[in-house]
Design a protein around this ligand. Structure first.
Ligand code: 5GP
Length: 185
C-alpha cells in the first residue's frame, strides 16, 4: 500500500461535489414523494454510506426515522470476498414499517442481498434499497438496487464516504483510486 497524499492518489474525479449534491437532491425529492405518508425507517449501512445518508436524509422533506447497521466489508482489499458479517444490528424493530436501506455502492450485490434477506425476515411492510453508485456490470440485474444515484464501470472508487484502508472517506468528490496505491509491487 502506497498512500502518499489525497490528491496524488486519485487517478481522476468521477463525480464532483456539485454533481453529487444535485443528484442527491433529486433522490431526496423522489423518496419524499414515495414516502410522504409513511414515516420510513432510513437504514444507514456504516461506514461507507454515512455521508451519502446524512445528505440524503436532509433532502427528504417528510418525517423519517434513522437507524444504523454495520457489516463487514473489504478491509484492505479491493475485491469483494462474498463474505458478509453483521457487526452492529438495528436498534429498533421494523415490524410493519417501510424500510429503506441506504448503501454506498453495489458491486457483486452480495451485501445488499444479504441485508435485504435479514430485514425481510423481520416482517416489515416493505424494504427498498437505495445506492449512490451501481457497478451494473458486476452483478445480475435481479439483485440490483431499487434506486441508484449513478451507474459506473468497474473501477475502484473512493471519497464521499467510500474508503480504501479507511483513508479518503472525507474527500468531497468521488474519484478513481490509482492502481499503484493498492498494488503490491
Ligand atoms: P458487494 O457485496 O456488492 O460486492 O460490495 C459492496 C461493498 O463493497 C460496498 O458497500 C463497499 O463497502 C465495497 N465496495 C465495492 N466496490 C467498491 C469501490 O469501488 N470502492 C470502495 N471504496 N468500496 C467498494
Amino acid at each position: 500500500m502506497r498512500i502518499t497524499n489525497e490528491k496524488n492518489d486519485i487517478e481522476y474525479v468521477l463525480f464532483s461535489e456539485e454533481t453529487i449534491r444535485a443528484r442527491v437532491a433529486e433522490l431526496g425529492k423522489q423518496l419524499t414523494e414515495m414516502y410522504k405518508d409513511s414515516e420510513p425507517i432510513m437504514v444507514c449501512i456504516l461506514k461507507g454510506a454515512s455521508i451519502f445518508y446524512t445528505d440524503l436524509c436532509r433532502q427528504m422533506k417528510t418525517q423519517i426515522h434513522m437507524d444504523f447497521m454495520v457489516v463487514s466489508s473489504y478491509g484492505n482489499e479491493t475485491q469483494s470476498s462474498g463474505a458478509v458479517r453483521l457487526i452492529k444490528d438495528l436498534d429498533n424493530t421494523i415490524i410493519d414499517r417501510d424500510v429503506v436501506i441506504v448503501e454506498d455502492i453495489i458491486d457483486s450485490g452480495l451485501t445488499l442481498k444479504y441485508l435485504k434477506e435479514i430485514l425481510l425476515s423481520r416482517k416489515p411492510r416493505s424494504v427498498r434499497t437505495v445506492c449512490l453508485l451501481d457497478k451494473y456490470e458486476c452483478h445480475p440485474s435481479e439483485i440490483g438496487c431499487d434506486i441508484s444515484g449513478f451507474s459506473i464501470n468497474n473501477a475502484f472508487v473512493v471519497g464521499y464516504g467510500l474508503d480504501y484502508a479507511d483513508y479518503y472517506r472525507n474527500l468531497p468528490y468521488i474519484g478513481v483510486l490509482k492502481k499503484e496505491v493498492y498494488s503490491e509491487e
